[in-house]
Design a protein around this ligand. Structure first.
Ligand code: HEC
Length: 202
């Protein structure tokens, strides 16, 4: 009888050790060729400005020139980086995830499940998975709405979706709705999300 406590102790620690190892091994298996993944730098990501970025220049020529000069890969990189910084600084990630899971038919609403390779780039260091979904997942947000929609929505989410609890970001825009540098940048970043989809799949 006296040896029993020791036995239980060892068995208990053993169970924890097995669970600990499994929680390391199983997720690692889902990553597949993680070590071979190509890391994409900002220059690579911004090599070709998106058509949404070019459209912002066309629709708001004066404001755009003041904010970024001309639309090229250098200004596109600048806008993407600032957009991401705003996303972090304003805690958009507090209400939005950037991770489509393989469960609960998420793909039907948000698009293809996220892959590890999509996070191997300069705009995901660190990644912005988020922990909550007060609003929808934004992993595949590119092209879901037009630039105009985003202008109206950031000015006043409630005007577009009456039940929305998303705050207004009207200070990123002039009174007439013309984006300032921050407004251009957040829209450019949002219209980039999902661009890396499918990368690294065999
Ligand atoms: C308090 C929570 C909250 C915060 C903070 C928040 N949002 Fe939202 N967001 C929502 C909700 C709820 C919706 C869905 C209703 C709507 O469209 O307004 C939404 C919708 C959106 C949509 C439209 C998604 C779609 O596909 O229709 C975008 C884009 C978006 N948010 C971007 C942002 C960005 C960028 C920020 C930070 C600058 C931000 N949100 C901050 C709650 C939030």
């Amino acid at each position: 009888m006296e040896r029993f406590p020791t036995l239980f102790f060892v068995a208990g620690v053993g169970c924890f050790a097995v669970a600990f190892l499994l929680s390391l091994v199983l997720p690692a298996m889902t990553l597949g060729n993680y070590h071979d993944m190509e890391y994409r730098t900002m220059e690579q990501l911004a090599a070709v400005p998106s058509h949404e970025f070019l459209e912002l220049e066309r629709v708001y020529p004066e404001a755009f020139e003041e904010a970024f000069g001309a639309a090229d890969s250098a200004s596109y990189a600048e806008a993407l980086q600032l957009g991401r910084d705003l996303y972090v600084g304003q805690a958009c990630w507090h209400c939005h995830s950037q991770y489509v899971r393989e469960v609960a038919n998420e793909a039907q609403r948000f698009g293809a499940p996220s892959r590890a390779q999509e996070y191997q780039n300069a705009l995901n260091q660190p990644h912005l998975w988020g922990t909550r979904r007060v609003g929808p997942d934004l992993s595949r947000e590119k092209g879901v709405h037009t630039n105009d929609w985003h202008v109206a929505h950031f000015l006043s989410p409630k005007n577009i979706v009456p039940s929305s609890v998303m705050p207004s970001y009207a200070y990123w825009f002039e009174a007439d709705g013309t984006p300032k540098r921050d407004g251009f940048s957040i829209i450019t970043y949002i219209q980039w999300l999902g661009t890396e989809e499918g990368r690294g799949e065999e």
